[in-house]
Design a protein around this ligand. Sequence first.
Ligand code: PLP
Length: 224
Amino acid sequence: MRQNLSKLQQRIESLAIKNSTKPKLLAVSKKQSIEAVRVIYDAGIRVFAESFVQEAIDKIPVLPKDITWHYIGRLQSNKLKKIAQYFDWLHTLSSIEHAQKLQRHCVELDKAMQVLIQINVDLEPQKSGIMLNDSDAIEYLVDYIVKYCPNLKLQGFMCMLEDTGEYDKELASFHRLAQCKDKINQKFKLNLQELSMGMSGDMPAAIAAGSTMLRIGSTIFGAR
Ligand SMILES: *Cc1c(COP(=O)(O)O)cnc(C)c1O
């Protein structure tokens, strides 16, 4: 795993050579043991991402406190409180209702959370996220978070692609997310910076399109 990690870090370095900022690496530790997380932690990684709330709750308290935890799984209303309690970042916000509830939990916990809005850039009905062509819904949620959710710090957008293995398609999809961010920044006079895009299978295209956060699991830990 240590070797996988250092190879991956070199690969990111060389792929991002022309980028203005190097993307951050998030180690996706879902379905990995506490021991495996520790190995990667000892290799210097301090940012991890999880997709399942109960699994994360079992791991987070027994791992070092200086880890930043990102939640990248599906959202369910009844899990929002735990997510607010255990995580620093949330990548999959896509409804006003969830934003409102999360805001309330953050007030109760007296904490702030960094959030990203998930966008369905390929308009896939079975996937979560706001449809990219529903600009009203995207703008309404951005506006709502900025105006009414002071504890939610909107940082940017996230997407997850269908696994086609076609670089040009992936690149086009990631570019759509980047354009969405630029449009929102312009319209709302914001300066959102983050683009959470790129997994093990589509990392090169994501970096080429300006990813700021790579969510990488199997390249580091091996197949799940
Ligand atoms: C599992 C997962 C990843 C990591 O996938 P790999 O192919 O293992 O790199 C990234 N993002 C999300 C949302 C995931 O659920």
